[in-house]
Design a binder for this molecule. Sequence first.
Ligand code: ADP
Length: 278
Amino acid sequence: MAGLTNRLLRAKNVFTSSSSSILRISRSFSSSSSSVTPNNKDRSNVHWVFLGCPGVGKGTYAGRLSSLLGVPHISTGDLVRHELSSSGPLSQKLAQIVNQGKLLSDEIIFSLLSKRLESKEANGESGFILDGFPRTIKQAETLEEVTHVDLVINLKLREDVIIKKCLGRRICSQCGGNFNVASIDIKGENGGHGMVMAPLLPPPNCESKLITRSDDTEEVVKERLRIYNEMSQPVEEFYRRRGKLLEFDLPGGIPESWPKLLQALCLDDNDKKQSATA
Ligand SMILES: Nc1ncnc2c1ncn2[C@@H]1O[C@H](COP(=O)(O)OP(=O)(O)O)[C@@H](O)[C@H]1O
């Protein structure tokens, strides 16, 4: 414990003003931390991170794995949107930054994350699948200080497809369901693979309630991609050097990608068991 405290005190020098959030995060993570589980033996206690460009599908696949494994899916983007939807004093300040496609400060993200982790601890949840965090080297270094990460899944997709997917994203303002109206059909050129992604259309009762995220305009999506390449891509290298990065090229939409992802994660037997009992 003393060692952990010392490491956090060093982290405190990096994030001086957010030190209390870091200490709270540390307590929540360490209460559920486990030894390394590279072979997924303890599937309900995985410590996984999803990386990838905006709109690549981190939320979709992290959410599916969360349901499959019974591990909480913690998305900092969702935490930010929840804060934006409140009329709290922070929300206006955050909206300005998010709507320009910029990253929020580490201090704000740590504060939102620590609140979520406190509720995780209170609910007795174990393990985590993080989505949208860490997004900077400083965030990755601090995460290393406070908990163990088993595996980092790096989702990859061509940039032109990502832009189309972001522009096609829709959310049901009533149930919160995520849909996509983009129909992607890119022909393979010079022997390369094409890509087909069918739209993910809402059920009839959501159709009239669809909204678009205010940061999903073409200009803002391009800025988010630029910032990803500058600030977040180095995080891929951070985990690659530690031997934790699993690169996953999405072969298409959910029907093609989900079984292949399960295979890559050695979870395909788990899915078969589930469908057999469904
Ligand atoms: N870890 C983070 N660090 C800084 N800002 C973040 C972080 N996570 C989310 N945000 C803010 O919330 C916005 C939405 O996040 P998210 O839904 O994860 O977006 P994306 O679709 O770009 O992956 C980001 O553009 C950024 O402004």
